[in-house]
Write a protein that binds this ligand. Structure first.
Ligand code: MN
Ligand code: MN
Length: 473
């Protein structure tokens, strides 16, 4: 191949030197998709876990296989030691001890493992017109109309009166029944079709159809509901009252699949934010012989504001850190001041079908690599962690020196909408924090879309962050 470099005009050369270059990953490395394929296959297996509990259950045996031991209070861990902490089966904290003392600061990466879904109400089962349904209260920001007329599976746990926990996962395996929320036929939807999209389906219409066959009995009432309860009792040993002490939800039952003729993308449920959680996990497992101790956190309840004892506003993270560092005579507040945190979450990829909501200089594009978001929030930067120039510079240096293509990403045009991430919850610990993730199409829809090369490069980016020996200013 002829080197055309010298054919460049003075202006072109100057452009190369001075101008910000935005190239897609395929142009930078034509073989990258091929390299990303094995990683993408394993990622799709991870995605088959559709609740925070299932992700923790799936991850624990993996990290144990890679030498992670359960955290024991008062233990002095040595460089190279790998530790896990499980908070209520919904959070995981994974640690790889570095060469430097923890008092010098640590590298933290956080991603959330909860996703929008239809949670069941405490008393969900009812019968109407000889059909049985579960009432739901949606979890997270959804466009309600998207959740009708698609196959759903049921996931969760019930705690029985004898203290035993029953796990439910139904509709994921071949031959298992599916469920759905019904919608109105177009023929009778003339009025519904004139409503704004946020009114077309009411939250109380998001009832999951679970059966229509009556229990055989001449005298009993509500026989379809009775038949369902009879089946549930026989299969799981549960009675209707057990729903009162349960966490159950309906999620899309479709498996994650390759998308596009070129198989360059993945379509699947819950990629916000399991795409980042998986990249965090893989980078964490890989980490060895590094200078700084790494701490990888799986968070819950991000989609509903990070509240509760498993959300990032809970003290579980700070408490763990205190327990973990005190044995070295360090204070967690001093460790946090010297640490850097990646708040790993997805961002909105520019969608050519909706150019009006994106500002093309500052929004992220599919296939241009990990997206670094200096800030999120809305309406004049409310409710955001705004990463400092120093923190942005710190991350930029790591990514550039490791030749990891990356892009910036603001969530749409100013004042169009907006949204937040865990960054604003975790940075309150006086911790330098910046958002990084992958661009997603159809975010929060039942099936979301990502580029395999982006997913793979996020893993490379987090790995570089964990391996980096740069001292923070
Ligand atoms: Mn998210
Ligand atoms: Mn989200």
């Amino acid at each position: 191949m002829v080197d055309k470099k010298d054919d460049k005009s003075a202006g072109q050369k100057l452009q190369d030197t001075l101008c910000l270059q935005n190239k897609d990953l395929g142009t930078i490395d034509a073989d990258l998709l091929q390299k990303a394929l094995p990683y993408a296959e394993d990622y799709k297996l991870f995605l088959r876990n559709k609740t925070e509990r299932e992700i923790v259950d799936y991850t624990l045996p993996i990290v144990k296989k890679f030498g992670y031991k359960e955290f024991k209070l008062g233990t002095r861990y040595k460089p190279g030691d790998k530790v896990f902490y499980n908070n209520r089966g919904k959070n995981l904290i994974l640690v790889t001890m570095g060469e430097k003392p923890v008092a010098d600061g640590v590298r933290i990466s956080v991603a959330h493992i909860d996703s929008p879904r239809l949670d069941f109400k405490p008393s969900p089962l009812f019968e109407a017109d000889e059909m049985a349904y579960f009432k739901t209260h949606y979890y997270g920001g959804i466009k309600k109309y998207q959740w009708t007329a698609i196959p759903l599976s049921l996931h969760g746990v019930l705690v029985l009166n004898n203290g035993k926990t029953v796990k439910v996962r139904l509709g994921e395996e071949p031959g298992e029944p599916q469920f759905c929320v019904t919608d109105l036929l177009p023929h009778l939807a003339r009025e519904q079709m004139t409503k704004p999209m946020n009114k077309a389906i009411d939250a109380e219409q998001l009832n999951v159809l679970v059966g229509c066959w009556p229990f055989k009995d001449d005298k009993a009432s509500q026989k379809v509901k009775l038949n369902i309860l009879d089946m549930l009792f026989k299969k799981y040993g549960i009675i209707e009252k057990d729903f009162l002490s349960a966490e159950l939800c309906a999620v899309p039952s479709c498996k994650p699949m390759d998308l596009g003729f070129d198989g360059s993308m993945i379509i699947g449920y819950g990629q916000d934010d399991r795409v980042c959680a998986y990249s965090n996990l893989m980078a964490e497992i890989d980490t060895k012989d590094q200078e700084y101790t790494t701490i990888t956190v799986f968070a819950d309840k991000e989609e509903t504001g990070s509240d509760g004892n498993t959300g990032m506003r809970s003290t579980f993270f700070r408490d763990f850190l205190e327990d973990f560092v005190s044995v070295y005579g360090a204070e967690s507040r001093h460790v946090l001041q010297k640490s850097v945190c990646l708040s790993c979450d997805v961002n909105a990829a520019v969608d050519p079908a909706f150019p009006e909501v994106f500002e093309m200089n500052n929004c992220s594009f599919l296939n241009r690599g990990p997206v670094v978001s200096k800030y999120t929030g809305s309406r004049g930067k409310y409710s955001t962690n705004d990463a400092s120039a120093e923190t942005m510079g710190f991350l930029r240096r790591i990514l550039d020196e490791n030749k990891i293509p990356w892009q910036v990403g603001e969530l749409g045009k100013v004042d169009i909408g907006g949204g937040g991430t865990i960054a604003s919850e975790i940075s309150v610990h006086n911790l330098d924090t910046v958002d990084m993730g992958v661009p997603v199409l159809s975010m929060h829809a039942p099936m979301e879309v990502v580029s395999k090369a982006d997913v793979y490069m996020l893993y490379k980016a987090i790995s570089a962050f964990y391996a980096s020996a740069y001292v923070k200013d």
